[in-house]
Design a protein around this ligand. Structure first.
Ligand code: HEC
Ligand code: HEC
Length: 347
């Protein structure tokens, strides 16, 4: 009796000591361990097109990307971080601007697109110049009318900052900062900005109802607009000519610049309409600033031309009330929680 009690006591002590030992051992290894996370996929979304295959997502990688995204040091004079044009209050577009301001009082050629659900897009920029959003981020850093910096310039500045050296060492196992690692970290941050909490999303899950006007707008949208802006991403990722008259000053011919194919003259990518009410201005050059102007373009503004999409050649016939109801439906796509999501705010 006494013996076996002792044995149990010894065994119990041993197991406590062992588990403590193991835990403390784990704890000692931890400072350099990354906390890997899974890519988020909202219930009603299809499979993402981009999977971070060679850039595994971790909490630390995302935090580094977030710091870079908000850091003015990525621009030549310190004034133009990514976030200066991609503002959270506008779903990461530029709020109420046709085009954005860049280095030295310059302007971008086009309207800054909102950044969300990027892993579901098949191309980037209004003309589809970039096939993935990771390589895209090199362009604003180097463009004279955006951040106007060089990678060497950015790396020189960041390499002097012990906090960055630490973060890069943790995520990429080296404290020598490279352009490639910067782009990977930025992609971890921008690529995980998922937005799927609009009234429309809640309606789809049976958690909200649409009123009469929104319901009529939804029906009209399905009939006239969903061919190019299909649910649930509200874009088919294609390029179309919607008969917008060419602005002679900007002289932007769209997709043809990338493909050189005359059939692509005047084509621009179909934007998602999620949170569109929050991302004014509209169209590739930001020429419109209300949703009603956009809908009215499809009713009466389409300029004839050889490439105008067959679905739009005759214009879309809607009454004034129907046009308003479509805009009311578009407003149900607003995800205002995305604008204040603390995972994406300035760190
Ligand atoms: C000076 C304003 C400005 C700055 C700064 C800027 N961008 Fe942009 N961004 C734009 C504009 C304008 C476009 C659209 C370009 C086009 O279509 O030709 C764009 C497009 C993008 C796109 C493609 C989105 C899509 O749907 O096609 C991504 C991703 C992006 N920017 C990320 C970034 C990141 C990351 C940074 C920082 C490294 C950054 N941007 C800095 C203005 C800016
Ligand atoms: C033939 C394809 C097509 C159809 C049909 C279509 N759109 Fe579009 N839509 C586009 C393209 C392409 C753009 C971008 C055009 C550009 O900037 O040059 C666009 C842009 C928009 C924008 C501006 C979004 C932004 O972020 O700038 C809104 C709003 C919009 N469409 C709503 C609608 C509505 C509402 C309907 C139905 C009445 C509709 N669209 C029908 C292809 C289409």
């Amino acid at each position: 009796m006494k013996k076996s009690f002792k044995l149990i006591l010894v065994l119990a002590l041993l197991s406590v000591a062992l588990s403590y030992g193991l835990n403390s051992c784990k704890k000692q290894d931890n400072p350099n361990d990354l906390h890997y996370i899974n890519q988020e996929k909202p219930e009603i979304f299809p499979e993402p097109l981009y999977h971070f295959a060679d850039n595994p997502l971790s909490e630390e990688g995302i935090a580094l990307g977030r710091k870079l995204f908000y850091d003015g040091r990525l621009s030549l004079d310190g004034n133009y971080p990514c976030a200066s044009c991609h503002q959270q209050s506008a779903a990461f577009g530029t709020f109420e601007h046709d085009r954005s301001h860049g280095y030295n009082g310059s302007h971008t050629l086009r309207n800054a697109p909102p950044l969300y659900n990027l892993a579901w897009r098949s191309s980037f920029h209004w003309d589809g110049e970039f096939a993935d959003f990771r390589s895209e981020a090199a362009q604003p850093i180097n463009s004279h009318n955006e951040m106007a910096e060089s990678f060497n310039g950015v790396i020189d500045k960041l390499q002097k900052d012990p906090e960055y050296r630490n973060m890069f060492r943790k995520v990429f196992r080296t404290e020598f900062i490279s352009a490639d690692n910067m782009l990977k970290a930025l992609a971890q941050f921008t690529g995980t900005m998922v937005s799927a909490n609009s009234k429309y999303d809640r309606f789809k899950k049976g958690e909200a109802t649409l009123n009469t006007q929104e319901t009529e707008g939804y029906e009209l949208f399905t009939q006239h607009c969903a061919g190019c802006h299909p649910e649930p991403m509200f874009t088919d990722n294609s390029f179309r000519n919607t008969g917008l008259p060419l602005d002679p000053v900007l002289d932007d011919h769209g997709r043809i610049r990338v493909t050189g194919d005359a059939g692509d003259e005047g084509k621009f990518r179909v934007p998602s309409l999620r949170s569109v009410y929050l991302t004014s201005n509209y169209m590739h050059d930001g020429r419109f600033n209300t949703l009603l102007q956009c809908v009215n373009h499809y009713r009466t503004g389409i300029q004839a031309g050889p490439n105008v999409d067959p679905a739009l050649v005759a214009g879309i016939s809607l009454t004034d009330a129907q046009a308003v109801n479509i805009t009311l439906f578009l407003r149900t796509l607003s995800d205002s929680s995305f604008l204040t999501d603390t995972r994406f705010t300035r760190p």
